[in-house]
Write a protein that binds this ligand. Structure first.
Ligand SMILES: *[C@@H]1O[C@H](CO)[C@@H](O)[C@H](O)[C@H]1NC(C)=O
Ligand SMILES: *[C@@H]1O[C@H](CO)[C@@H](O)[C@H](O)[C@H]1NC(C)=O
Ligand SMILES: *[C@@H]1O[C@H](CO)[C@@H](O)[C@H](O)[C@H]1NC(C)=O
Ligand SMILES: *[C@@H]1O[C@H](CO)[C@@H](O)[C@H](O)[C@H]1NC(C)=O
Ligand SMILES: *[C@@H]1O[C@H](CO)[C@@H](O)[C@H](O)[C@H]1NC(C)=O
Ligand SMILES: *[C@@H]1O[C@H](CO)[C@@H](O)[C@H](O)[C@H]1NC(C)=O
Ligand SMILES: *[C@@H]1O[C@H](CO)[C@@H](O)[C@H](O)[C@H]1NC(C)=O
Ligand SMILES: *[C@@H]1O[C@H](CO)[C@@H](O)[C@H](O)[C@H]1NC(C)=O
Length: 337
């Protein structure tokens, strides 16, 4: 069995590189596709591009006006068709499609190119790691290299009015992006204005990039009557819950020329370069963010999860999976089975 836990600095560096390589090629250049997603049809007026991947392009070292809401390629100028909203049931769940290209979702080609994973492939080796990897410690945490993804909401129908002080992370899904289908859960959000709300989706994957794109969304179902409080920037608080930002948080804005709200340096507790993501290293609990309201919600704030060991071990196991996966891929490409 691979003992990554006690790996020295050299191996840590090699493995970190492999994780980033894996991310870059298959898992990380993905976005959340829904009928409410901006520039769903691409950005050529009058053309419905079923093969678009604009929103998947990562944002790196851009001016605020360019990265905010993916303005850099005019995505923010192409709202979804009238009446097309991502419906978010308060206290309920909603499912989106994570994919590298709209082509690999049910929104294109009548869904004929969909598969288990976001790249239009089933990757049977990954789906049943017990057969492929044969490492007892691995198949239990096989999604663990995914850093987590999130949804944020702003209570305005006007995209121009959304800014970092009114865009609040309301749902987090650990260990994603991973498969195509991803189901998030919502707290008791209040109803949206008549024209719906604006949502935004980031995701983190351990690469020094950032993703953000807008959607039109609407809160339905058992809506609450408590407004959202103003969000604060998340901070790096690995292993120390009391250092985390409590209450409503902004999305993670980093590696841009301006408008960053988090800065990290050095290594995390596992020895990898710190990489802020939607997990407890930045104070984000899994699931609905119940602590974002101005007054007490009926359910009360979510108790912070026990931090002592879980994030660390997830990280290590993720690296093992990544290593084995890359090795398997190399062997397969060499025709060794
Ligand atoms: C950012 O803005 C500055 C000042 O407006 C400009 O000089 C620079 O070219 C911009 N950089 C990018 C990457 O757009
Ligand atoms: C999708 O299905 C509809 C109805 O079955 C059909 O008319 C259409 O041609 C199909 N489109 C593609 C791209 O296969
Ligand atoms: C992950 O491992 C679990 C437990 O062995 C297994 O049930 C599941 O199918 C695996 N999922 C993936 C995506 O590999
Ligand atoms: C949207 O907000 C911008 C900035 O506040 C404002 O200039 C514009 O008129 C608004 N649009 C609508 C349709 O209300
Ligand atoms: C949003 O959902 C509510 C509750 O179902 C509904 O009354 C409202 O019309 C919806 N808004 C839009 C813009 O569709
Ligand atoms: C808000 O909701 C709570 C619990 O559902 C209820 O007790 C309270 O009366 C409501 N307040 C208003 C102003 O509607
Ligand atoms: C945890 O964070 C708090 C608040 O920032 C700080 O006062 C404390 O020293 C930290 N504890 C440890 C063990 O780092
Ligand atoms: C929150 O609930 C506690 C206990 O029920 C109460 O004492 C406190 O006043 C409430 N705070 C607000 C802002 O409503």
């Amino acid at each position: 069995m691979l003992k990554i836990k006690h790996a020295n600095q050299f191996w840590s560096s090699i493995i970190a590189f492999i994780v980033i390589f894996l991310c870059d090629t298959t898992l990380c250049h993905i976005a959340a596709w829904t009928k409410g997603t901006y520039c769903l049809n691409g950005t050529t007026p009058g053309v419905d591009d079923e093969n678009t991947h604009l929103i998947v392009d990562p944002l790196y070292q851009l001016n605020f006006s360019d990265w905010w809401m993916h303005h850099v390629d005019n995505c923010d100028q192409f709202p979804p068709d009238p009446g097309d909203f991502l419906e978010i049931p308060a206290l309920g769940a909603f499912t989106v499609e994570h994919a590298a290209n709209r082509a690999f979702t049910t929104l294109s080609y009548n869904g004929t190119n969909i598969a288990t994973y976001p790249d239009g492939q089933d990757h049977p080796g990954l789906e049943n790691s017990q057969e492929c990897i044969q490492q007892p410690n691995i198949h239990t945490q096989n999604e663990s290299m995914a850093a987590g993804s999130a949804f944020a909401i702003s209570y305005t129908s006007n995209l121009s009015e959304v800014n970092p002080t009114n865009l609040v992370v309301f749902s987090v899904l650990y260990n994603t992006p991973w498969r195509r289908l991803a189901t998030y859960t919502a707290p008791r959000l209040p109803p949206c204005p008549d024209g719906g709300c604006i949502c935004a989706v980031p995701n983190g994957c351990g690469t020094p990039n950032m993703y953000m794109h807008p959607l039109k969304c609407n809160v339905t179902g058992q809506t609450g009557n408590l407004s959202l409080a103003q969000p604060e920037p998340p901070v790096w608080c690995e292993g120390n819950v009391s250092a985390c930002t409590s209450g409503p948080k902004q999305m993670i804005y980093w590696n841009q020329l301006e408008g960053n709200n988090i800065a990290v340096s050095g290594q995390d507790l596992s020895g990898a370069p710190k990489s802020p993501g939607y997990n407890m290293n930045c104070g984000f609990a899994d699931g609905p963010q119940n602590d974002i309201f101005i007054q007490n919600d009926t359910g009360g704030p979510t108790p912070p999860p026990d931090l002592s060991a879980a994030p660390k071990s997830r990280h290590h196991d993720g690296r093992v999976i990544a290593l084995v996966y890359v090795l398997a891929t190399v062997l397969l490409s060499l025709g060794v089975t």
